[in-house]
Design a protein around this ligand. Structure first.
Ligand code: M6R
Length: 614
């Protein structure tokens, strides 16, 4: 969701801010704006639509030189995505400019108070109240840092705020509560960003801020405080990826690049986490073995694709550890009063580490004394910071809104967690665990093989470019794969797509089948005879009713051949690991179909990469 950039240094702030906003485009947005401190006042512009609209406006009416500025890409919550509601917002006199990510929940009350005091608010946003309140403080002689602390004490909800005072070019001040914010530490310059992509081309040194903190950046310094004005500290870290990782590298879309990076990403997710005998070493799991042995229930919470990774994890964890494992959407979890104890392990899966629904869910779990372990891709993000333990997925930056390498590396992390629990609790022999680890270690090559054999998918996208609906069927670990395939298609091609457990077909969904309807079918490996045969029955049932079957099955599975209109070969792998290879053709299909349909694959309509509001 909203992208935020702040800069103070000796470069032209306009260029740094616009480039930072470009690198944050992937978060999803519908308007963009910039404010610069110049000659005792604020100069700026803001436009509905893509960043290109803002750049065009700036090209027509250039902004004055400035070395201090802020910028914003807005994902609309309060008010339509138009020029007026776009950020930055100004106070009454135009002295203070503010950008914001999140939702100020008490904004209506504050707006009422301001209007009764004679303020004229021009937008429909919740943000504008913060601009007016900040400016009130500054006009009363308070410096911007103290003004920010005072205003934050009055705000409720989730917010990252970044502000500049037109009469103080020396500083940019930011605050965070429940919304992402990182500081980039440069030499003679400093940066604010929603995430490190905002400043990665300038510095890889970053400062992670804690909850309810205010940060002031100047050219030569960074000062952190709490909302009361007490000195505080952030956590300094080095960003372990560089600018090249945030560029397309010759691919038409980030998503396609990320699909093809998956062999490397899976390799990195496994790196250093097992020895040559398959003994697992998860050093980041800071929950003692004794505590892990006491766990009597696992609950995995997540949203979207991460939720489907959680569904796969349930099959693996229950099978390997015999610990009951529940899977729940984060936004449902908190509101049903779940039963949690000290012996419950809550696993939160989040690529971004900033998904508000998941963050609120882990906070609830923590208040109930459960242990919380995060599976996350983003160093410096909030969910791992607030969890007892973390397994980083090491996928590298995922820029495409549709998760690909993020999802596959989450699966790897879930497998590692399941095997580690089995190792610690002794529910599997070492050689059994070692056998699975060896299979996992072969996955980068197998995933590469699927990518190398993906030619048929491109033709398929051409063939189905006018499809109105596509169904996906799977069983067991193939069921979440079907759901993931359908989600990818909804996100990117904007067509009706649904995933079903194949056994559920006859209980209703089979009524949807009509002549020519494309149905993707994930066939379990033949090692699971019953499941395999039942899946073939399901394929026959839909085909008998006119469906066009696209069958994903082991390359030497001859039994499926008579029922497949299109056959997508998969390498032979254990059933529980099959999602790692079966998901890839679906990712490619969605990416290619959206390309053929002329859609923006990396920034699909209405979507945000990181969903930072509940
Ligand atoms: O960052 P998270 O993993 O917490 O994000 C969860 C979902 O918003 C995310 O997986 C979303 O569904 C993706 N766009 C799926 O492609």
């Amino acid at each position: 969701m909203c992208g935020i950039v702040g800069y103070v240094g000796d470069k032209q702030a306009r260029d740094v801010v616009i480039e930072g906003l470009r690198r944050l485009e992937y978060r999803g947005y519908d308007s963009a704006g910039i404010a610069l401190v110049h000659d005792g006042t604020i100069a700026g512009d803001k436009r509905a639509g893509k960043l290109a609209n803002l750049e065009k406006a700036i090209a027509e009416t250039p902004l004055p030189p400035s070395t201090t500025g802020i910028g914003h890409t807005r994902w609309a919550t309060h008010g339509a995505p138009n020029d007026v509601n776009a950020h930055p917002h100004l106070g009454s006199t135009g002295r203070v400019a503010v950008v914001h990510n999140g939702i100020i929940e008490n904004f209506a009350r504050l707006r009422d108070e301001l209007e009764r005091a004679g303020h004229d608010l021009v937008s429909e946003t919740d943000t504008e109240v913060a601009a007016h309140l900040l400016e009130n403080e500054v006009l009363a002689g308070v410096d911007l840092t103290a003004a920010m602390q005072a205003v934050c004490r009055r705000l409720e909800g989730a917010f990252t705020l970044v502000a500049v005072d037109g009469q103080d070019p020396s500083r940019v001040v930011a605050a965070r509560r429940n919304s992402p914010l990182v500081v980039g530490i440069g030499e003679g310059e400093n940066f604010i960003g929603s995430d490190v992509a905002a400043f990665i081309e300038h510095t890889r040194e970053a400062l992670e801020l804690g909850q309810d903190q205010v940060v002031t950046i100047t050219r030569d310094g960074v000062e952190v405080s709490d909302f009361e004005g007490n000195a505080a500290e952030g956590r300094r870290y080095h960003v372990n990826w560089d600018l090249a990782a945030a560029e397309k590298d010759g691919y038409d879309w980030f998503m396609r690049k990320e699909i093809f990076e998956q062999p490397r990403a899976i390799g990195d997710a496994l790196l250093g986490r097992h020895d040559e005998n398959g003994l697992l070493q998860l050093d980041e799991v800071r929950i003692s073995d004794d505590e892990l042995r006491d766990i009597d229930k696992v609950i995995i919470i997540a949203c979207g694709s991460s939720y489907y990774a959680a569904m796969v994890a349930k099959y693996a964890i229950e099978h390997w550890t015999r610990i009951p494992c529940e899977v729940e959407l984060s936004h449902e979890f908190r509101y049903r009063d779940p039963i949690l104890t000290r012996n419950t392990l809550v696993v939160a899966i989040s690529q971004s580490g900033e998904t508000a629904d998941t963050l609120m869910a882990i906070r609830h779990a923590i208040t109930q004394k459960a242990r919380v372990l995060a599976i996350c891709n983003t160093n410096g993000s909030t969910i791992p910071r607030e969890s007892d333990a973390v397994i980083y997925t090491h996928a590298g930056p995922e820029i495409g809104v549709a998760s690909t390498k993020g999802f596959l590396t989450q699966l790897v992390a879930c497998y590692l967690l399941g095997l580690y629990l089995a190792q610690v609790r002794g529910t599997k022999y070492g050689d059994e665990i070692g056998a699975v680890v060896r299979e996992l270690a072969m996955m980068p090559d197998r995933v590469q093989q699927v990518l190398d054999d993906s030619g048929a998918i491109y033709a398929l996208a051409q063939r189905f470019k006018d499809a109105k609906s596509v169904l996906f069927l799977g069983r067991h670990a193939g069921f979440p794969v079907a759901l993931e395939g359908a989600l990818k298609l909804k996100e990117l091609a904007y067509i009706h797509a649904e995933g079903f457990a194949a056994g559920e077909l006859k209980h209703g969904p089979i009524a949807l089948i009509e002549e020519g309807l494309p149905v993707f079918c994930v066939v379990p490996p033949r090692g699971r005879d019953q499941l395999h045969d039942k899946m073939i029955s399901a394929i026959q049932e839909v085909r008998a009713r006119g469906a066009l079957t696209i069958v994903l099955a082991e390359s030497d599975d001859t039994e499926v051949v008579p029922y497949a209109d299109v056959l997508i070969p998969l390498p032979t792998v254990p059933t529980l690991l099959q999602p790692l290879v079966a998901t890839i053709p679906m990712q490619l299909f969605a990416c290619e179909l959206a390309t053929v349909m002329g859609h923006d694959v990396d920034q699909p309509r209405n979507l945000a990469k990181s969903v930072t509001v509940e």
